[in-house]
Design a protein around this ligand. Structure first.
Ligand code: MF3
Ligand code: CO
Length: 280
């Protein structure tokens, strides 16, 4: 989609501004994680995120984007992405993906988490955990790889390994292909696309100033998707449950920095043998 377009490489000073946006997103998602529970409506989580973003002097980036009506996307169970918050009440065992974006001084941050509410099905837990591990494997590839295609290779390899280990009850996981990660900076969505699967095109070289959102979406069944009549909510075609994790990441001179993680990604990347760059 963005293949031939120009990439916006950021200066270290611009990455620091993006870090501010990333931390606001991290704060909002952390508040939503603490509040998500059976009996809570998705609209109330949306209001909470709007408050946190506003309290930090930031602006929600989804609200008004192509007419999108909310601060968060909240996608429950068979919903993969772009679920619209509303009166829906969450229940025990629900798989709840929460996606949040914010703008500080014109710079964007974008991140998503999947929360599995208590009394979770073990295979739903495994789905969410595997998707998070796939995210971190993809992020680590930004540090160790030569080209952006390393991300999709790492994500797909992690998923292959997890399903071979029986984490999906012996079935295959689906990796969603219709929605992918993206460059991020002065706009939420920029070139280049960041695929979550192996592809022939190895993509652009990984070099300092590249800032991307990595966002794998995994499903317990077939990878095919469908959009609901609200023209936003994307669900699995076969009704299987889905998970979505996302971080915005900067490639710097001396390594990478996860802009939407409080610790820059240090704790999650350490076991993968990746140390994060000093942020300036
Ligand atoms: N944050 C989503 C992404 O990860 C996009 C949200 S679309 C919107 O790319 F319309 F809700 F803003
Ligand atoms: Co995104």
């Amino acid at each position: 989609m963005f293949g031939r377009e120009r990439i916006e490489y950021k200066t270290p000073e611009q990455v620091l501004l993006m870090r501010r946006a990333g931390l606001v997103v991290a704060e909002a998602l952390s508040a939503v994680r603490a509040a998500a529970a059976p009996g809570v409506t998705t609209a109330s989580l949306d209001a909470l995120a709007a408050t946190v973003i506003g309290d930090h002097g930031a602006t929600p980036s989804f609200l008004g984007y192509h007419g999108y009506p909310a601060t968060l996307c909240i996608s429950v169970n068979d919903e993969i992405v772009h679920g619209i918050p509303g009166p829906r009440v969450l229940h025990a065992g629900d798989v709840v993906s929460v996606d949040c974006g914010a703008i500080v001084a014109g710079w964007h941050g974008d991140s998503a988490v999947t929360i599995v509410l208590d009394e979770a099905d073990a295979l739903d837990e495994a789905l969410a955990t595997t998707t998070e591990r796939a995210l971190w494997a993809g992020i680590a590839a930004l540090a160790t790889g030569a080209r952006l295609g390393a991300v999709g290779e790492a994500v797909e390899a992690l998923v292959d390994e997890a399903q071979s280990a029986g984490l999906n009850g012996g079935a295959r996981y689906g990796i969603v292909q219709e929605y992918v990660g993206h460059g991020i900076g002065t706009a939420m969505h920029q070139p280049p696309d960041v695929l979550n699967y192996r592809a022939r095109d190895r993509g652009p070289a990984l070099r300092p100033g590249l800032c991307v959102a990595v966002e794998p979406m995994l499903v317990r069944g077939s990878r095919f998707t469908r959009e609901l009549d609200d023209e936003w909510t994307v669900v699995t075609d076969d009704g299987s449950r889905a998970a979505h994790w996302e971080h915005s990441v900067a490639v710097l001179e001396d390594g990478i920095w996860v802009l939407t993680a409080f610790d820059g990604g240090a704790a999650a990347l350490e076991p993968l043998g990746v140390t994060i760059a000093p942020l300036l």
